[in-house]
Ligand binder design. Structure first.
Ligand code: PLP
Length: 416
């Protein structure tokens, strides 16, 4: 596909077979991309090709199929490394998803590094995947969790961050883009001051790598985690990036086949990076298809994808103000935000909003979006969230608004 300066939604949609369907008799409007994205034909084709043409295990076999599978699997690692600006494939560990990537760090690096009284600095906007693993690591080591204050619009209070960051801070674990508020956190600046204090920084990039041109070398983060399924790739494949010198110092997470150098009855040595952290048969097809997804995004232009998402979020933010009784969360107009909007409507539970929209063929998400503490901070048990991607259009946002207007009229009528 040729590089274009703008996102051509109509031609992109033709690449996504699932989007052609009707739901409840209406054309599908898929606005649940922060949960998972749809897959273009080239990604589905990469999976089919692997299973139909060269399905084989990697690294072990000496036959043609095994060699092809190994070569494609390792080439995928190089594509992913380039995609996020990593210095080389040795720093790319294939895992199942963001959650597993963060757990890998929490079970290895954190348990070995943290001492009683050490501190892990988090924010209240974290997804449970970047909170619960640290609760367990703190419990296991005697470390303590601390939380940066948020400003009313859901951005980090920088003074609070600087106040809490101290000599006891060993790790700052923070989301790059909030999956509820859309807040974009200033990772580069956070990494700089964290390093000055001798703390490492882990970035939950589940919502940023799919949208934003992320470069780990420029961010200078120590760890970064993301999921393939939120960026056009298949489920069951994700990535942990970490600086190689840190990975070298870490013990393996899972152990068994593939990750060993030499094994005796009593002991074993580990393979070099990155395989030391990939025990057992990996998700070979998943990694290859993820690389295909990266190439698809690169062909469109990462900056174009980002601008398109930002434009849709800005447009949705503006149009939502027109619906009576709607309250939108996160940074206001004029502040860059991720490609999503979370909102509530007076007198209608978010689950009911979602059910009514579904009748119009519009898929959104309602609930706490795996960020229960954040919803406690917001003072609501749940929100409705519309999240966008490169195949969505402003016309679809108009449909969302029209559907919300109908929901308001219906519930206004029923509730008197
Ligand atoms: N972190 C953030 C910010 C997310 O939005 C999500 C998924 O919604 C995750 C982590 C967890 O991703 P996964 O379920 O793919 O591990």
């Amino acid at each position: 596909m040729p590089k274009t300066s703008e996102i051509d939604v109509a031609s992109i949609r033709a690449d996504f077979p699932i989007l052609a369907q009707k739901v409840h008799g209406r054309p599908l409007v898929y606005f649940d991309n922060a949960a998972t994205t749809q897959k273009p034909r080239v990604v589905i084709e990469a999976l089919r090709e692997y299973y139909e043409e060269y399905n084989s295990n990697v690294h072990r076999g000496l036959h043609a199929l095994a060699e092809k599978a190994t070569e494609r699997y390792e080439a995928a690692r190089e594509v992913v490394a380039r995609f996020i600006g990593a210095p080389g494939p040795g720093s790319i560990i294939f895992v199942r998803n963001t959650t597993e990537a963060i757990n890998l760090v929490a079970y290895t690096w954190a348990r070995k590094t943290l001492r009683p009284g050490d501190e892990i600095l988090l924010t209240p906007m974290e997804h449970h995947s970047n909170l619960v693993p640290w609760q367990l690591a703190a419990r296991a080591t005697g470390a303590r969790l601390r939380f940066v204050d948020l400003l009313p619009d859901g951005q980090i209070d920088w003074n609070s961050f600087l106040r809490l960051l101290g000599p006891r801070t060993r790790l700052v674990a923070v989301t790059h883009i909030s999956n509820v508020l859309g807040t974009i956190n200033p990772i580069r600046a956070m990494a700089q001051v964290s390093h000055q204090q001798g703390a490492a920084i882990l970035v939950d990039a589940a919502q940023s790598v799919p949208h934003l041109p992320v470069n780990v070398s420029e961010l200078d983060c120590d760890f970064l985690a993301f999921s393939g399924h939120k960026m056009l790739g298949p489920t069951g494949i994700g990535v942990l990036y970490a600086k190689e010198e840190i990975l070298e110092s870490m013990e393996p997470f899972l152990s068994g086949g593939e990750m060993i150098g030499e094994v005796t009855l009593e002991s074993a040595t580990w393979r070099e990076l990155p395989w030391k952290f990939e025990a057992g048969t990996p998700n070979i097809a998943g990694a290859i298809a993820l690389a295909r997804a990266c190439q698809y995004l690169e062909d469109l232009g990462r900056e174009n994808v980002w601008q398109h998402g930002l434009r849709l979020a800005t447009y949705a933010l503006k149009r939502l103000q027109e619906v009576e009784g709607v309250h939108v969360y996160g940074p206001g107009p004029g502040t860059p935000r991720g490609a999503l909007v979370s909102f509530t409507m007076e007198g209608i539970h978010p689950h009911d909003i979602s059910t009514v929209l579904d009748q119009d063929g519009i898929a959104i998400r309602a609930g706490h979006h795996c960020a229960e503490p954040l919803h406690r901070w917001l003072g609501v048990p749940a929100t409705a969230r519309a999240s966008f991607y490169l195949y969505n259009s402003e016309a679809e946002v108009d449909q969302l608004i029209a559907s919300l207007q109908r929901a308001r009229e219906y519930f206004g009528h029923v509730l008197g």
